[in-house]
Design a protein around this ligand. Structure first.
Ligand code: C2O
Ligand code: CU
Ligand code: CU
Length: 492
C-alpha cells in the first residue's frame, strides 16, 4: 500500500522558494516553528524516579502487568495536560529483570485506540517483539512471553503501531527496562533511585492552556522544552560518591549532547546492549533518539556542592546542517540540577578498571554484506530505505538463521538518522572507514548515521526464526519511521 503523499509546511517552503531565497528572508529552519513560550512551567521540582517494578514470581516465571492508559500531568503550573502512560499518567514503571528470567508481561490497552508495545533492544522471538504485527486493540490484553537472553543493560519499551509510533510515544508512553546479571556484573553503583539513577531525556512543546502540542512533521518533531523523567529542569539530591546514571534519549527527533556544567570528566560504562570492556572517560556524550548509555560520575568529596547536567546541544555546529538547528540546538541548556549530600554505604565502591569481555565479531565471520541506503527527500517520497517506503506486504530482507552479516548503512540525505535493528545487538565496524570511537565499541541496537556517512555494523542472527513474522529495522527519528523509513526482515 503506497503511503499518501504528505507535504509539510517545510516541504512546501523548500519546494517553492528554495533554500537560498529562504535564507534571504531570514528563514532559519526549525526556528520558524519555535514560538516564544511564556508559560509558568513547573520547574525545580524534585526529580521523579519511575517506580521500580520487579514483577511477581509464579511457578518460576516472573509476571508483569502493564496498562496503557490516559492520564494527566502538570508540565505548566495549574494547567494539567492530557497525557498517556503505562500504569500511570506519564511514562511507565522501570521493569527490572534478571538475565535468564522467563518473563510474562500482560499489556492491557485502555487508550481508546489500537497500539502495540515493543521491547526495544531485547533478543526475543519476532511474535513477542511488540512491533507492528502484535496489535493490541482497544480494551484488549496482549501477553508477551520470553526469556531474557540479553546482557545486563538498559532497554526500554514503547508503542510501535505502524504510522502511529511518533504521536503515541510523544503523548507519554515509554518506560525503561533494566536487565541485571547479579552473577557477572562487576561491583557498580546499583541502588535504584539512590546511586543508580534512570534519566529519560525528552523534549516537548506546550500550548497556552498547558496541553501538549504535537503536529506531525515528516522532518522530525522537536519540542520547545527539555524534560527529564517528565519534568522540566528538576533537582536531584545525590550522594557525594560514585553515581551511575542510565541515560535514554527518549525524544522523537532531538539529538542530545550531554556534559556537566563544570566540564568534569565522567565515564561511560555501557552502551545500548551491555557493558563496555572498560570505562571510557568523556566530557561530552552524544545520544540520538533511542540510544542509551550508562555513565558513572565521581562526586566523592563534593558534599554540599552543586553541579548541573547540561545538554551542550550542537556547540560545535557539526551535528546538524544550520537549517536543521532549532533554538535549543544552538545553546547549552540545563537538564538537571544535582545537589550533593552525604555519601551512602556504597561510597566505598571504586570504578572497576575492567567491566566485561566482549566477544568481537570478525569481518571474516560474515557470510554476507547488505547495503541499506537511508533516503530523505523534501519532495515526493520522503523517508525511504533503499528507495522504498515501509510496506507491511513486502519483506525486504531474508536472513538465514545462524548467519553473521555485515550491514552497510549509508546516508546520502541531509538529515541525520539513528538506525535501529530489532532482534539483535550489533557491533560497529567502522564509520566512513574509520574505527568507531572507544565508547562505541560495545553492543548497540541503534547507531547514529550522520549525513554523508556510511556505518558498517556486524551482527549474528541466531536463536529465533519465523517464516512469517518479520522483525523491523528503521530510523528511530519517529516521524521518519512513521513516514516510511522502515523495512522488514525475516530470519528463516
Ligand atoms: Cu524503539 Cu523499532 O523501536
Ligand atoms: Cu526496537
Ligand atoms: Cu531518520
Amino acid at each position: 500500500m503506497p503511503k499518501t503523499f504528505r507535504i509539510s509546511r517545510r516541504n512546501l517552503l523548500k519546494a517553492s522558494v528554495g533554500a537560498t531565497a529562504i535564507l534571504a528572508v531570514g528563514y532559519t529552519g526549525y526556528k520558524w516553528f519555535d514560538q516564544p513560550v511564556i508559560l509558568d512551567l513547573n520547574i525545580k521540582q524534585p526529580l521523579s524516579i519511575p517506580p521500580l517494578y520487579a514483577g511477581d514470581i509464579v511457578d518460576g516465571k516472573v509476571f508483569f502487568d502493564l496498562t496503557m492508559q490516559k492520564g494527566s500531568h502538570e508540565f505548566v503550573v495549574g494547567k494539567p495536560a492530557k497525557t498517556q502512560g503505562y500504569n500511570g499518567g506519564l511514562l511507565g514503571p522501570t521493569l527490572v529483570m534478571n538475565k535468564d528470567d522467563e518473563v510474562v508481561i500482560n499489556v492491557t490497552n485502555r487508550l481508546g485506540v489500537a497500539t502495540t508495545t515493543h521491547w526495544h533492544g531485547l533478543h526475543i522471538p519476532s511474535d513477542q517483539d511488540g512491533g507492528p504485527y502484535q496489535v493490541i486493540e482497544d480494551g484488549a490484553t496482549w501477553q508477551a512471553q520470553f526469556k531474557i537472553m540479553n546482557e545486563a543493560a538498559t532497554f526500554f519499551y514503547h508503542p510501535h503501531l505502524l504510522d502511529k509510533t511518533a504521536e503515541q510515544l510523544y503523548s507519554g508512553l515509554a518506560g525503561l527496562l533494566i536487565v541485571r546479571d547479579p552473577k557477572n556484573e562487576p561491583k557498580l553503583p546499583n541502588e535504584y533511585g539512590v546511586d543508580d539513577i534512570p534519566l529519560i531525556i525528552q523534549d516537548k512543546s506546550f500550548n497556552e492552556d498547558g496541553s501538549l502540542a504535537y503536529e506531525f512533521d515528516d522532518i522530525g518533531v522537536k519540542g520547545n522544552h527539555l524534560l527529564v523523567n517528565g519534568l522540566v529542569t528538576p533537582v536531584f539530591e545525590a550522594p557525594a560518591q560514585l553515581v551511575r546514571f542510565r541515560l535514554l534519549n527518549g525524544s522523537n527527533a532531538r539529538l542530545f549532547n550531554f556534559g556537566f556544567s563544570d566540564n568534569r570528566k565522567f565515564y561511560q560504562i555501557a552502551t545500548d546492549g551491555g557493558l563496555l570492556e572498560k570505562p571510557v572517560a568523556l566530557t561530552r556524550l552524544v545520544l540520538s533518539s533511542a540510544e542509551r548509555a550508562e555513565i558513572i560520575v565521581d562526586f566523592s568529596d563534593q558534599q554540599n556542592s552543586q553541579v548541573e547536567l547540561i545538554n551542550y546541544a550542537d556547540e560545535t555546529s557539526d551535528l546538524h546542517p544550520f537549517w536543521m538547528r532549532d533554538a535549543l540546538d544552538e545553546k547549552a541548556s540545563s537538564l538537571l540540577t544535582i545537589n550533593l549530600g552525604a555519601p551512602t554505604e556504597s561510597a566505598t565502591i571504586k570504578l572497576p578498571e575492567k567491566l566485561t569481555t566482549i566477544n568481537k565479531l570478525e569481518e571474516k565471520q560474515a557470510v554476507k554484506t547488505r547495503k541499506l541506503e537511508l533516503g530523505f527527500s523534501f519532495i515526493g517520497s520522503n523517508a525511504t530505505i533503499n528507495g522504498l517506503e515501509m510496506d507491511m506486504e513486502r519483506i525486504d530482507q531474508t536472513i538465514n538463521l545462524g548467519d553473521t552479516e555485515i550491514w552497510e548503512i549509508s546516508n546520502a540525505s541531509d538529515l541525520l538518522h539513528p538506525f535501529h535493528i530489532h532482534d539483535i545487538q550489533f557491533q560497529i565496524l567502522s564509520r566512513n572507514g574509520n574505527p568507531p570511537s572507544e565508547n562505541e565499541r560495545g553492543w548497540k541496537d541503534t547507531v547514529l548515521v550522520m549525513s554523508q556517512e556510511t556505518v558498517r555494523i556486524i551482527a549474528k542472527f541466531e536463536d529465533f526464526s519465523d517464516p512469517k513474522i518479520p522483525y523491523m529495522y528503521h530510523c528511530h527519528i519517529l516521524e521518519h519511521e512513521d513516514g516510511g523509513m522502515m523495512g522488514q526482515f525475516l530470519v528463516i
